[in-house]
Design a protein around this ligand. Structure first.
Ligand SMILES: Nc1nc2c(ncn2[C@@H]2O[C@H](COP(=O)(O)OP(=O)(O)OP(=O)(O)O)[C@@H](O)[C@H]2O)c(=O)[nH]1
Ligand SMILES: [Mg+2]
Length: 392
């Protein structure tokens, strides 16, 4: 599957930058193109300059709201982020239209940190603009949830997250949730290593997107997952992850050819072992039983990934998500590993989301004045410019 990827704000742009990296990796390792169009939009000039893989010109790194923010961001005021995206979003729409490879892409992925200002506010606005202009392509959002320490020290980030999630859920075809705190829970040093978290956030998309793009030769799995499967498997709140199990590094040739029934059992066990690790890597805590759809890709050397393994993996997923419609396939991935990518979609309950909604409702009722004040300031700004002509 090929995506048009758009990063908004600091977090969104940096995660999008990693999709640009994955695209280069896919091209060199697998001769597949998975993200031919990657764009970033921000109110912060320094952040845009710091990106590494997204093309370094004004059509790919789009600065908005320069007049209002002087290139320094919106300081967590997501109403302002939304307003600037509304005013300057056409720049992004033009860039999309002018990308020759845009027409090859199957869907959009729009990314932002839900707790910030620019990305959080721009996410639903940009998603709606895209939806109105490109009705034939699904639009997916990837919302990054704040760290616990941000939630406890900055109420505003909880409020922003709730507003952003509620708004984007109504517009996007599916919303991937990536909880920053989940990545830290497993490895506390990651708080200071956002770069590593970003790598982990994008990793589960790699095999999944490659799977349908490699259509010839050795790289083709026995049952492939293509763009159509992915689109049919994604809706609403979505949790995702990838986990792996290592294969024994050396085996005699006769060990590979002749397998005892015991070895055969171990082999399919490896699939469920990888799946266990995937489950612990899911991007947001969820109850799989509440998923209406599930999608998986098993990647590994062709002589290891077989029908038995596929069956044991899909049986396991069926146990976890008994009412879900499950789609899956395999893909000859790396030599020494079995990697299982998994997405639980159309989740009807996500405790984190509910928690944001509840906390933000309380916050808004306790800070009515603050909320009104922001609105008042925005109105003053709009009023000040109302007699100026615009160029579009
Ligand atoms: N995973 C990850 N989270 C990030 C990154 N940068 C910021 N965040 C998180 O995103 C939220 C803040 O959003 P930002 O993207 O920094 O804000 P912004 O959209 O640039 O908006 P303003 O700076 O307020 O104009 C916080 O919850 C951060 O923890 C990143 O590169 N990766
Ligand atoms: Mg910023």
């Amino acid at each position: 599957m090929k995506l048009t990827v758009i990063g908004l704000g600091q977090c969104g742009s940096r995660v999008a930058d990693h999709f640009a990296r994955l695209n280069l990796k896919a091209r060199s390792e697998r001769k597949a193109t998975i993200a031919p169009v990657v764009l970033a939009m921000n109110t912060d000039q320094a952040d845009l300059t710091g990106l590494r893989y997204i093309r370094n010109d004004y059509k790919h790194r789009i600065l908005i709201g320069l007049r209002q923010t002087l290139g320094h961001g919106v300081g967590k005021i997501n109403e302002l982020g939304a307003q600037l995206a509304r005013e300057d979003g056409d720049k992004l729409m033009d860039s999309i239209k002018n990308e020759p490879q845009f027409y090859e892409t199957h869907a959009f992925l729009v990314i932002a940190g839900a707790g910030g200002g620019t990305g959080s506010g721009a996410l639903p606005v940009i998603a709606r603009m895209i939806k109105e202009r490109h009705i034939n392509k699904p639009i997916y959002a990837l919302a990054v949830l704040p760290f616990e320490h941000e939630e406890s020290s900055e109420d505003r980030s909880v409020y922003n997250t709730a507003i952003c999630l509620k708004s984007i859920y109504e517009i996007a075809d599916a919303v991937f949730l990536a909880d920053n705190q989940r990545y830290v829970r497993k490895d506390a040093s990651l708080v200071n290593n956002i770069e590593k978290i970003n790598r982990q956030i994008v990793e589960p998309f790699y095999d999944l997107m490659c799977a349908g793009e490699i259509t010839k030769g050795k790289g083709v799995g026995s049952r492939t997952v293509d763009g159509g499967d992915i689109i049919a498997s994604l809706e609403g709140w979505t949790s995702f992850g990838v986990g792996r199990t290592e294969l024994p590094s050396f085996r005699f040739p006769w060990e590979i050819r002749k397998k005892t029934f015991r070895e055969k059992a171990v082999e399919s066990f490896r699939g469920t072992q990888a799946l266990d690790s995937t489950l612990s890597e899911l991007s947001v805590a969820c109850d799989p039983a509440s998923a209406a759809r599930a999608l998986y890709v098993i990647a590994g050397p062709a002589n290891e990934v077989n029908v038995d393994m596929a069956k044991s993996v899909s049986d396991y997923i069926k146990e976890l998500a008994p009412t879900a419609m499950i789609r899956g396939g395999d893909f000859p991935g790396e030599k020494h590993f079995i990697d299982i990518t998994l997405m639980f979609s159309q989740l009807d309950t996500v405790p984190r989301v509910r928690n944001y909604y509840e906390k933000a409702t309380t916050w808004a009722s306790e800070h009515k004045e603050q909320v009104a004040e922001v609105k008042r300031k925005l109105d003053i700004l709009a009023e000040a410019g109302k007699d100026l002509p615009t160029l579009s």
